[in-house]
Design a protein around this ligand. Structure first.
Ligand code: HEM
Length: 436
């Protein structure tokens, strides 16, 4: 089950990054296109497709975008938020209407000074101490997830293992009741589906589905926030509702928007990193053996390599605020740029043999959590912790787990997702008890 090699001389003529069908092409073909783009000067431009007639009135036909595909250029744009802004029309390709930015954008779609204020309030609650305290909970949740499949000998790794853990962790941190977790998963699947028919049925308008899912999550969070304001506990929701940083706290609307952001940002990303991790271990059994033989020694670099190799978030958008130049191209206010993290993470000028999965890769300055700057992922510590705990739990309890078929990939330009990944393992009750 080796991944195919990459042909960097890909034909760019038919490669339209703005066409949803491009993202349905096999991963190795897409990687070949990005390798070819990196080898060419400038920032390639793509026309935006006409918005669907159902929502053409709320989403105007945009001017198109430029693709930032080289590592150095992604870093430059990320670290200069005054020139490359996040607040204009959201970090999506299309300019979302302002009320939808509130739902789905949250602080990731704001600039200074609003972003600074939101990030300060949230960072004060979302501390490393709180994450460290959540660690034993993460181990407990990981064991419960594995308990549910351990005796089956096979399962869908994404549905049964990779998806439940991050969802349970975020819901646990926020204090979302168990009874609401199925709805939370359904809504976050819709919002991040990119319109994939498995989550947004054919004939249903994706934007209306996103809005309905956003409204449902907002209602849930507003209810929870109101309850926690009256009945405080030690969860993150209580910390956020009662936070007071220099006299400022989050409004209930901001809290709901942050909750959606956490669910979206923390759920799908970690889930996909885990799924790609199992796929990588299956494709590269020698690398897996190294990791499994020395979990403490190799684990730290191996987790970073899973993050680089998988790059769960393919891009973020920035909008140019002032006349400037990047990669030799003149840019003007209003120009949209997509920062392609997946391409930066395979830039051969930074990573040797970038297609291969190397658990000892060091240094590994990947940009999977962003390339520096004010929006760098707030949940990176949590994501590392979840990946580390789940891999250790699998090595301990289902040590021969491996993918037993190809990944069924999400068709999305934004999330490098795996919807289903069949896997097999020796049922836990049939494994011989180790003799100590
Ligand atoms: C493997 C897992 C994850 C990946 C790959 C990932 C990736 C990213 C990326 C690329 C950004 C944007 C960076 C930028 O624009 O410069 C981001 C922002 C963010 N992430 Fe993550 N993320 C992950 C997990 C999480 C988790 C677990 C949480 C929280 C529970 C989280 C919360 C956030 C938040 C709140 C932001 C916005 C920060 C801001 O705008 O100031 N992420 N993440």
């Amino acid at each position: 089950m080796q991944p195919p090699s990459i042909d960097a001389s890909a034909d760019l003529a038919g490669a339209d990054l703005a066409d949803p069908m491009f993202w349905a092409r096999p991963l190795e073909e897409r990687h070949a296109v990005f390798a070819a783009l990196r080898s060419q000067p400038g920032l390639p431009f793509y026309e935006e497709p006409e918005p669907s007639t159902n929502y053409a009135t709320v989403v105007p036909h945009g001017p198109g975008f430029r693709a930032v595909v080289r590592y150095a250029d992604v870093v430059t744009a990320s670290k200069d938020p005054a020139t490359y802004t996040s607040g204009q029309g959201a970090v999506t390709v299309i300019d979302l209407p302002p009320d939808m930015v509130e739902y789905f954008g949250g602080m990731i779609s704001t600039d200074r000074p609003r972003h600074t204020r939101l990030r300060r309030i949230v960072a004060a609650a979302f501390t490393e101490r709180r994450i460290a305290a959540a660690s034993s909970t993460i181990q407990h949740l990981a064991d419960r997830v594995v308990d549910a499949v351990a005796d089956r000998g096979e399962c869908d790794f994404v549905v049964d293992i990779a998806a439940p853990l991050p969802l349970a962790v975020i819901c646990d941190l926020m204090g979302v009741p168990t009874s609401a977790r199925g709805d939370v998963l359904r809504c976050s699947n819709v919002i991040l589906s990119g319109g994939d028919p498995e989550f947004v049925p054919e004939g249903t308008d994706p934007v209306l589905s996103y809005a309905a899912a956003g409204a449902e999550l907002t209602a849930l969070m507003e209810e929870l926030a109101a309850f926690r304001a009256e009945h405080p506990t030690d969860d993150l929701t209580t910390a956020l509702v009662t936070s007071n940083i220099d006299g400022e706290s989050l409004t209930h609307g901001e809290l709901a928007s942050f909750f959606i952001m956490l669910l979206i940002a923390g759920n799908e990303t970690t889930r996909n990193a885990l799924a790609h991790g199992l796929w990588a271990m299956t494709c590269y059994p020698d690398q897996r053996r190294r990791w499994q033989d020395d979990v403490d020694g190799v684990g730290p670099t191996a987790v970073e390599e899973v993050l680089r190799w998988s790059t769960p978030v393919t891009w973020m958008r920035r909008t140019v605020a002032t006349d400037t130049a990047l990669a030799g191209e003149e840019l003007h206010p209003g120009d949209k740029l997509l920062l392609f993290y997946g391409s930066a993470n395979r830039d051969e000028s930074v990573f040797s043999d970038p297609e291969s999965f190397d658990v000892l890769r060091s240094p590994n300055p990947h940009v999977s959590f962003g390339a520096g700057g004010p929006h760098t992922c707030l949940g990176a510590h949590l994501a590392h912790r979840e990946l580390d705990v789940m891999v250790r739990t699998l090595f301990r309890r289902l040590p021969d787990i491996e993918a037993s078929g190809d990944p069924d990939r999400l068709v999305s330009s934004f999330i490098n997702g795996i919807k289903h990944l069949p896997c097999t393992f020796t049922p836990e009750h049939r494994r011989p008890t180790p003799i100590i």
